[in-house]
Design a protein around this ligand. Structure first.
Ligand code: ARG
Length: 555
C-alpha cells in the first residue's frame, strides 16, 4: 500500500534508521500500523517505551494519518479513514484485473501433474494439477513468464507390466480408450505379479525389449496404448481448466540420461557397484542413488538428470519448479544434490514443491478394488452430490443443472485442496467440500454471485462515490481489500496458494457480515456501498482466478 511506503520513508528520516518495518496491530482499535521501537532503543541505549513517547510528540503528522500515539514500546498510527477508503476503492476499481499484480521478470518452467501412461489418473493427480495451475497463475500475476510443463512416464517398469499383462491375459479384449479400462489392466498386472513374483522375469524381458526399440509389434502396441492414455488425460486437463506448453516424456530422456551416467562414472562422481552404476550420496545423508541397472537399462534418476539439463539449456529458463509428490522427496533431493556435484550451472535455480497425499474416507468414496480411485469415478460422485444440493435450492433446466454441478464440483475440489498447506495430507470429504456455508469453493462462488446480483441493480459510475460515515464492518472489509497485493506477494515468495485461498475466505466472510447488516441499494450511502461491493467482487474474482477457479455470475 502506498501509505505504508510513505510512512516508512517518514520514519526513516525521523529516526535515521536504514530499515524500518511496520507491524499491523493485533486489533484495529490499536490503529492500522505500529512501529516497534526496539531497534532504535538498542542504537540509542534508551528504553523503547520512552522512545515511543518522545516520537509521538516530535513526529510531524502527515495528512493521511489521523492519529499517532505511543502504545508501550510501539508507536501506533491510524490512517485517515476517508482518505484510506477513497484511495483503496478507487485503486481497485481502476486497476480491476490488474489489482495486485507485480513486476518480477523471470522465465520460469513449472512441471506438474505428471500422470503416468498405462495407469490411472487418480485423486492425488488432481491435487498436483490444481496446485501447479494455481502456482503458474500466481507466478504470471507476479510478472513472470511461465512455461507449464508435464513429464509423463511413458516407459519404464509400469508400462512393461501393462504390456505383459495385456498380451498374456487380455489380448482377446478390444483395446478401449477409456481411462477405466486402461487402468484396470495395470491393476490386474500388479495383482498377478504379487501372487507369483517369478513372473517378473517375463516383465523384465519386455522392459528391455521396449527400451531397445527393435520389436516392431511390441513397439506398435506401446505407441497405440500410450496415445490412448495421453488422450484420456487431455480430457481431464480441459475439465480442470489447465493446459501445458511443453510435454516431456521419459522415453526421450533415455539416451542423454545414459550418457550423463557414463560421464559421471568417468568423472568419478559415480561408480559401479555390483554391475550397476550408482552415486553414493551417503556423506550428504541421501543414501545411494542408482543410475543404471545391471542390465544397462536406464533408471528414473538418470532420466531426471537429462531433463533438468534440457529444461535450462534448451528453453533458457532461469528458474525450474518441480511440483512432485512428497513421496519422492528423497529422489528430488538426490537429483538436486547430484546436479550440484556435477557443477551444473543452474543447480541452485531448481525448487521443489512437495505435494502430500489425498486420502478418501472409507466407504463410498473409495474404489471397490481398494486401489486409487479414478478421476472419472471421483468426479461423477461429486457431480451427483452437487446436483442434489442445487436441487434443494432452485429448479434448473437439465443442461443448466449439469453445467452448474460440474462447475461447482471442480471449484469445490480445487478449493478444498488448495486451502491446505501442500505438505498436509488431505482427507477429502465431499459433504464438507461441497458445503455452501463453510470454508469452501461453493461458499466463495456464492459470495461472488451475491455481490454481482447487487451490482446488477445499478448502473451508476462506481468511482463517483461520497463517503459520509464508515461503519466498523465496512472498515474491516476495506482493510482486507487493501491487503490483497501483499498476500499475493507472500504466496509468490512462498509458492503457497493456500495463502490466497484463506485470504479469499476471510474476505468473503467480511463481505457477508457487511451484507447482512447493511442495505446497499436505496440506502443513503448507496454510492459508497456500491463501490465497496464492486471492489469486493473484483478482488474475490482475482483471488479465485489465481486459484484456477472461474467465477459464475449466478448461483
Ligand atoms: N511421472 C512420475 C511419477 O509418477 C513423476 C514425475 C515427477 N517429475 C520428475 N521430474 N521426476 O512417479
Amino acid at each position: 500500500m502506498d501509505f505504508e511506503k510513505q510512512l516508512i520513508s517518514i520514519l526513516k528520516k525521523e529516526t535515521g534508521l536504514e530499515e524500518v518495518n511496520l507491524e499491523i496491530p493485533p486489533s484495529s482499535e490499536l490503529g492500522d500500523y505500529a512501529f516497534p521501537c526496539f531497534e532504535l532503543s538498542k542504537a540509542k541505549k534508551r528504553s523503547p517505551i520512552l522512545i515511543a513517547q518522545e516520537l509521538s510528540i516530535t513526529i510531524k503528522k502527515p495528512p493521511f494519518i489521523s492519529k499517532i500515539f505511543a502504545n508501550g514500546p510501539y508507536l501506533n498510527f491510524f490512517l485517515d479513514p476517508n482518505l484510506f477508503t477513497n484511495n483503496t476503492l478507487k485503486k481497485i476499481i481502476k486497476e480491476k484485473e490488474n489489482y495486485g499484480k507485480s513486476n518480477n521478470k523471470n522465465l520460469v518452467m513449472i512441471e506438474f501433474s505428471q500422470a503416468n501412461t498405462h495407469k490411472a489418473f487418480h485423486v492425488g493427480h488432481i491435487r498436483g494439477t490444481a496446485l501447479g495451475e494455481s502456482l503458474s497463475r500466481i507466478l504470471e500475476f507476479s510478472g513472470n513468464n511461465v512455461y507449464r510443463s508435464n513429464y509423463q512416464g511413458d516407459t519404464g517398469m509400469h508400462v512393461a507390466k501393462w504390456i505383459w499383462c495385456y498380451k498374456k491375459y487380455h489380448s482377446k479384449e478390444k483395446i478401449k480408450p477409456e481411462e477405466k479400462w486402461i487402468a484396470s489392466i495395470y491393476v490386474d498386472a500388479v495383482k498377478r505379479l504379487a501372487n507369483d513374483p517369478d513372473l517378473q522375469n517375463q516383465v523384465d524381458k519386455i522392459n528391455k525389449s521396449l527400451e531397445e526399440r527393435k520389436d516392431k509389434t511390441l513397439l506398435d502396441l506401446w505407441k497405440k496404448t500410450r496415445k490412448l492414455s495421453l488422450n484420456s488425460f487431455e480430457k481431464i486437463y480441459k475439465e480442470l481448466n489447465t493446459h501445458f506448453d511443453y510435454y516431456f516424456f521419459e522415453a526421450e530422456q533415455e539416451k542423454r540420461g545414459r550418457e550423463i551416467a557414463k560421464e559421471l562414472i568417468k568423472n568419478k562422481i559415480a561408480e559401479f557397484s555390483d554391475g550397476a552404476a550408482i552415486i553414493n550420496l551417503e556423506t550428504h545423508n541421501l543414501g545411494v542413488w542408482v543410475l543404471l541397472r545391471k542390465d544397462g537399462t536406464v533408471l528414473y534418476s538418470s532420466k531426471d538428470l537429462a531433463l533438468a539439463e534440457k529444461k535450462f539449456n534448451k528453453y533458457k529458463i532461469n528458474k525450474s519448479i518441480y511440483v512432485v509428490g512428497a513421496a519422492q522427496r528423497l529422489h528430488i533431493s538426490q537429483l538436486f544434490k547430484t546436479l550440484e556435484l556435477m557443477k551444473f550451472k543452474y543447480a541452485k535455480n531448481c525448487f521443489y514443491v512437495p505435494v502430500s497425499e489425498v486420502r478418501l474416507p472409507t466407504g463410498k468414496m473409495s474404489s471397490r478394488t481398494g486401489d486409487n480411485i479414478l478421476y472419472s469415478e471421483f468426479i461423477a460422485e461429486l457431480i451427483d452430490y452437487a446436483k442434489s444440493e442445487i436441487n434443494k435450492r432452485e429448479k434448473l433446466s437439465k443442461s443448466e443443472l449439469n453445467k452448474r454441478a460440474l462447475h461447482i464440483s471442480i471449484a469445490a475440489i480445487k478449493y478444498s485442496m488448495l486451502k491446505q498447506n501442500t505438505n498436509n495430507t488431505i482427507v477429502f470429504n465431499k459433504e464438507e467440500a461441497l458445503n455452501f456455508e463453510g470454508n469452501t469453493g461453493p461458499y466463495l462462488l456464492y459470495s461472488y454471485a451475491r455481490a454481482k446480483s447487487i451490482l446488477n441493480k445499478s448502473k451508476k459510475k462506481r468511482t463517483l462515490f461520497k463517503i459520509k460515515t464508515i461503519q466498523t464492518n465496512e472498515k474491516e472489509l476495506i482493510s482486507e481489500l487493501a491487503l490483497f497485493p501483499s498476500i499475493v506477494s507472500n504466496a509468490y515468495t512462498n509458492l503457497s496458494p493456500s495463502l490466497i485461498a484463506n485470504y479469499a475466505h476471510n474476505l468473503s466472510q467480511k463481505f457477508n457480515e457487511f451484507y447482512h447488516s447493511n442495505k446497499v441499494i436505496g440506502s443513503e450511502e448507496e454510492s459508497f456501498r456500491l463501490a465497496l461491493v464492486e471492489s469486493f467482487s473484483i478482488v474475490l474474482k482475482n483471488s479465485l482466478n489465481l486459484l484456477g477457479i472461474n467465477v459464475i455470475e449466478k448461483m
